[in-house]
Every structure is written in C-alpha cells, then in structure tokens.
Design a protein around this ligand. Sequence first.
Ligand code: AMP
Ligand code: MG
Length: 391
Amino acid sequence: MISVKTALDIISEFPDTYLFEEVSLNEALNLVLCEDVFSPLNMPPFRQSAMDGYAFRYSDKDTYSIVGESKAGDSNNYVLKEGEAVRIFTGALVPDNADTVIMQEHVERVGETIHIQKMPSQCANIRKTGEQIKTMDIALKKDTKLNEAAIGFLACLGITTVTVYKIPKVGILVTGSELQKPGSELEQGKIYESNSIMLEAALRKTGVKDIEIIRVKDDYDATKTSIEKVLNTKDLLLVSGGISVGDYDFVKEALLENEVEELFYKINQKPGKPLWFGRKENTYVFALPGNPASALTCFYIYALPLLRKMSGYKNNQLKRVIANSKTTIKNPSGKTLFLKANLEGTTVEVLQGQSSAMLYTYALSNALICVDSETAEVKINDEVECIKLEL
Ligand code: AMP
Ligand code: MG
C-alpha cells in the first residue's frame, strides 16, 4: 500500500508522450495549443480609419475640400493633394498619402467643404498596418488554452484550424452482476447502476466528448474482452468495481492478462483504498472501487489530473484551500481521509454520512476535507486542507 503523495507522484510522471490533433477553430474552445501559432498576415492588413470622419494630409490649413468617400470594405486608394480630404468611416482604408483622420464631430461641413473646428494631432485616428500583430509574429503561444477571445483573434488572422492536445477518448467499463440500468423496475437483489452516468457527467464537465460505456457482469471473460476492446480504441479506461479482493472481483487479473502494466495498487486512504493504476502504451487505466463515493473521490483526486494533463492543461489538480474546521474530526486509522464537506468562506463543516456507498452526502457537498494520515485529530477551529469540487 502506498501513500496518497506517492500515488500522485507516480501519476504525475504521465503522460510521457502527448497526442495531438488538428481541429477546426469552431471546435477548439477550451482546447490547448500544442505549438506556437504564427500570424499569416499583418493585422490590420492596411491602414484603417478608427473613426467616422475625414482623412486628409495634415497641414496648417483649416479648410479642406472633399474629393471622395472611403467606406468600410472599399478598395479605392485616393491620391490626395494638399487641402483635400476624403469622407471616411470606421474600418475603411485610409488613402496612402493621407496621414490624419479627424472625427466628424470636430468639423463643420458645408457642402463639399469641411472647416476644422478642433485640429487633431498629426497621425490621429489611424490604425497602423500590423499595429495589432505583424506577419510571422507569434499570435498565440504553445500551451495557450483557447477561450472565446483567442478563437476570435485567430479567426481575424484568417486561421481556420489549429493543432491542439488531443482530448482523451474515454471508455467506462462498469462491472457488477448486481447492477441494473435505470429505466426498468428494480429486480430483487439488484441496485441501479449509477457510476457510469456520474463519471460520464464528470468527464463531460472536463471537456471529454468521446465516451463509451460498457457494462459487464462479474465474469472474467467478459471483463477481459471488454478491457481489450477499450485498450484498442480509447486513451483512458475507467473501470468501475471488481478491483477488491472478493471471489468475483476479476478486474485486476483481466487487466494484467491484457498486458496492462500495473503502476500502483492500493492507497493508504479512505475512501478508495483499492484504487489500481496502470498503462498499456498510450492508454491509461484507473480501476476505481465500485462504491459510488469512492469511485468519484478517486476520479477527482487521481484520474482528473491525468486527464487534464493529457489534454494539455497546466493546473491539473482541483484547487485546494485552507479553512477552519467547524467540526472535530477523529482519524485513528492512520489513513488519509477525504471527507465530504461544506465549505463556506473560511470555514468548513464535515457532513453527516461519510459512507463510501452513499452519494447523497456527496450531492450536498462542495468540497472534500483532506486529513493527512499523520493527523490523528482535528479540533474545532483547526486549519484543514479543503479540495474544492469545482471542475
Ligand atoms: P465492488 O467494488 O465491485 O466490490 O463494489 C462495491 C460496492 O459498490 C457494492 O456494494 C456494489 O454494489 C456497489 N457498486 C459497484 N458498482 C456500482 C455502480 N456502477 N453503481 C452503483 N453501485 C455500484
Ligand atoms: Mg463488484
């Protein structure tokens, strides 16, 4: 049995190679660039007016005659003589030999003549070519997570696809002969299967789109065949249940038979002691304990950071904060505890009902208190570490 820290250290060594893919920009939200993106053009690509007004050659005259019009999208490039101006609008091409734009509020127009009432400084109100970015400059750096602004920015450079860290494809293998899919009347001796939909929801929140759920009974052959299928098609496998030491727990054996290398098994923690982690080539496997609260805790603490790292994200652990405990916590077990809790400001309260079979408490909690294996007791008002359940 290893410590929580050792388990996290082992996981943090992976992935050792990343998978990339090219996606169109409209599918790139929240994905992470795996290479620098260079600008294919100057932005703006030409000198643009920043105002509705008049473009002219700066001089000490205060009267100019209007010789043409340049509206957004026009390609006309007027050649102005001294004393001439062009009616111009925001975003329109500024004639090459005009150097200044005056906003329309600062002139008096009489017919085809303008009288300047408030002279701007020379070069005012013109967006210079390449003022935002120049051709072949880095537009966005490797490891940038693309938000909506970044996507808009790349689009304004004419970019339509980007190469990003591939979001893992995930298989969820649910084991258990007692499990029944919700939707029909519950049979004697069975319970409704809840881990798959719960893990699927958590995965979706993390940005995973490709999720396949497979359900098997506690049957060695079916487990083995299903694992083989997922290993061939997915980047991450989450197995639920069947990883303890019961006579009908076949998952570990089936994983090893599929040549998945064991990286650790069993952590000194509560809940979630029988967590198993392994890999086969570029596919990683977490065999999560079947008890729903254990499965979810193991997902948050161990699977999520790896998943996020594979996706190119930088801050992969759930956020931890320190708060004062409103409750006394006893920890005679010498294990690290993850307790479902309610965090409010700087105080945190352990909730009733910590059994790993219960999801009810989890549904009401917004944090896990992490009590270190060395800490035998937390007194009221002591500082404790809290893991915020915000994905
Ligand atoms: P196991 O880890 O397979 O020994 O399962 C531990 C406990 O969790 C048992 O009481 C199972 O019935 C329950 N359990 C396992 N898998 C699920 C699941 N997918 N949904 C709900 N409960 C489950
Ligand atoms: Mg089971």
